[in-house]
Design a protein around this ligand. Structure first.
Ligand code: AMP
Length: 554
């Protein structure tokens, strides 16, 4: 029998945790509806001084769905959601589903070209965005591109908040921009309404979550209703969450970790989710003191920032009983330091957008071992009903202890990429995800990540694809050749560096190029350093040797 088929990891599961789970709901919308029926007047979202009940979420999403349908939104259509961690995001996702469609998760850091690409690729029929993001980015994108967006709705992050709350970082008390519909007025107009379209089925796309996968341009991973419902239950049952728990939202909700590990799990469990618009350590610390969360999951930099936040004491952390970190490698010394600061052990958790968040996690209460050869902290063991194989370069299954590509199948794995049959066939042959991550399983069933086949740069959990940054840099008139790589960075794990050869006679300073790039892409993508070379190293066929440049930086 193969190593994976024996599933040795099951013996490592937390005591009392079953090997598999019986899905309680086929769809995430069904899960929410059941909770809203059971926990109607309990708090669903805490957002500064505001508290929204499950009834509020249900009624607002009914009204928004009715508003969308009244404006021509049809089953299967997409609603792009361009918000921070605001309650309106939950309302929007539920509304898209109630209207028979899907949401498109848009990173609020995205700039013009990135937003235009997502709206075009997803074919979104409607857009809900923050007023300030409309003014700064979306208005221009919508006027300059021929897109299918018919309905544009804007909202303020201060909807449920006093208009001058300084904790809602960067929020401007603006007014509904010209040419857009105001969310609050729309909800009032359609209050009591609800669309009469059929409920989505288990295989319907719930969210298009953009990722570059192992190569190329961002693609919409099709996280289905069943994917979300299953992995929300995975989180709930892995850490045994109940209605007395409180989920702290420190990961961005547009990313799969926040979407499933904060929003969906709280909607399924029927417990409050604490949101803070953006991540600012002091604001989050205040929220921890006020709302006493019990569970959270986020990138390791979140915990580095929070553990060292000014004025933080051990008492602040005493309500938390399950802390998980995923999205980027974790140095064992960092978990040790956080434990000294707070008394809390950080459990590693690993997954991809395409696995709808976790495929592996450290069982609650266990400590992840460290691989002595690579120093890698184990990412845990495969979660419920997930089967993971390590593939040798010839595609055969590698024996225990041998390194190869991690290949994952299970109920969290997406059926494919939106309108990309080729990429789907390449990355998901037979429904098994080729992750592009390289690792191994030890004899007990612990998994370790030691390398990557893909060119992705992981800057504090934010994924950057060199091609995207290179394309932008090639747009600068002085740039002749460019290669972008990830270089080690103490805080972010990796940061973006560009090697550049200029056109003959061109004079360009590194900070000018950095500033130029900064205007044109999300803040985590632009190069933090630039090195000018006469020529970039190439193969005999002229292909730039990105990997060898990367190796010069290690
Ligand atoms: P994303 O699709 O943004 O969730 O990114 C998925 C990628 O993040 C994986 O393919 C890994 O390379 C990386 N990743 C996720 N979780 C971890 C973890 N716990 N440790 C190391 N890398 C991780």
């Amino acid at each position: 029998m193969s190593a994976a088929a024996e599933r040795p990891w099951l013996a490592l599961y937390h005591e009392g945790t079953p090997a598999g789970i019986v899905p309680e709901h086929d769809t995430m919308l069904g899960a929410f509806r059941a909770t809203a029926g059971r926990r109607t007047d309990e708090v669903a979202i805490r957002y500064f001084d505001a508290a929204l009940s499950f009834r509020d979420l249900d009624e607002r999403s009914d009204a928004l769905a009715a508003a969308l349908v009244a404006r021509g939104f049809e089953p299967g259509d997409r609603l792009a959601v361009y918000l921070q961690n605001d309650p309106a995001l939950a309302v929007a996702y539920l509304a898209a589903w109630k209207a028979g469609g899907a949401a498109v998760a848009v990173n609020p850091m995205n700039r013009h070209a990135e937003l235009a690409y997502l709206l075009e690729d997803s074919g979104a029929a409607a857009l809900l965005c923050l007023e300030e993001l409309y003014e700064d980015v979306a208005a221009q994108v919508l006027s300059e591109h021929d897109l299918g967006v018919r309905t544009v709705i804007t909202c303020s992050p201060l909807e449920d908040q006093s208009r001058d709350d300084p904790r809602v970082l960067g929020a401007r008390a603006t007014r509904r921009p010209e040419g857009t519909l105001d969310l609050r007025s729309l909800l009032a107009e359609h209050a009591g309404g609800a669309p009469t379209v059929p409920a989505p089925g288990r295989d319907d796309v719930a969210v298009l979550t953009y990722t570059s996968g192992t190569t190329g341009w961002p693609k919409g991973a099709m996280n289905t209703q069943a994917n979300l419902a299953f992995n929300a239950q995975t989180y709930r049952d892995w850490v045994d969450l109940g209605t007395d728990d409180v989920v702290l939202g420190v990961a961005p909700l547009f990313h799969i970790t926040g979407m499933v590990g904060h929003l969906c799990v709280a909607l399924l469990t029927g417990c409050p989710l604490v949101l803070t618009h953006r991540f600012e350590p002091q604001v989050v610390l205040d929220a921890i003191r006020e709302h006493r969360p019990t569970f959270t999951v986020g990138a390791i930099t979140v915990f580095i920032a929070l553990g060292g936040a000014e004025g933080s004491t051990r008492e602040d952390w005493s309500s938390l009983r399950a802390v998980y970190s995923g999205g980027a490698p974790i140095a064992p010394a960092v978990t040790d330091r956080f434990e000294e600061q707070t008394g809390l052990y950080i459990h590693n958790i690993y997954g991809l957008t395409e696995t709808t968040s976790p495929s592996h996690a450290v069982p609650l209460g266990r400590r992840a071992p460290v691989d002595p050869a690579s120093g890698a902290l184990s990412v845990g063991v495969p979660v419920f009903d997930t089967v993971v194989r390590i593939l040798a370069p010839d595609g055969s299954e590698a024996p225990v202890g041998e390194t190869g590509e991690i290949a994952t199948s299970g109920p969290g794995v997406v059926p494919g990429y939106w309108r990309r049959p080729d990429a789907t066939a390449e990355s998901l042959p037979g429904g098994e995800l080729r992750t592009g991550d390289v690792g191994f399983m030890d004899a007990e069933g612990w998994f370790y990540l030691v390398d990557r086949l893909k060119d992705m740069i992981n800057a504090a959990g934010y994924k950057v694809w060199p091609r995207e940054v290179e394309d932008v840099l090639y747009g600068h008139p002085d740039v002749r050749e460019v290669a972008v790589v990830g270089v080690p960075d103490e805080y972010r794990g990796e940061s973006v560096k560009a090697f550049v050869a200029l056109r003959p006679g061109a004079r360009l300073e590194a900070d000018e190029l950095v500033a130029w790039a900064r205007e044109r892409m999300a803040a985590y993508k632009y190069p933090r350093s630039v090195e000018f070379l006469e020529e970039l190293p190439k193969t005999t066929t002229g292909k730039i040797l990105r990997r060898s440049l990367r190796d010069t930086t290690r």
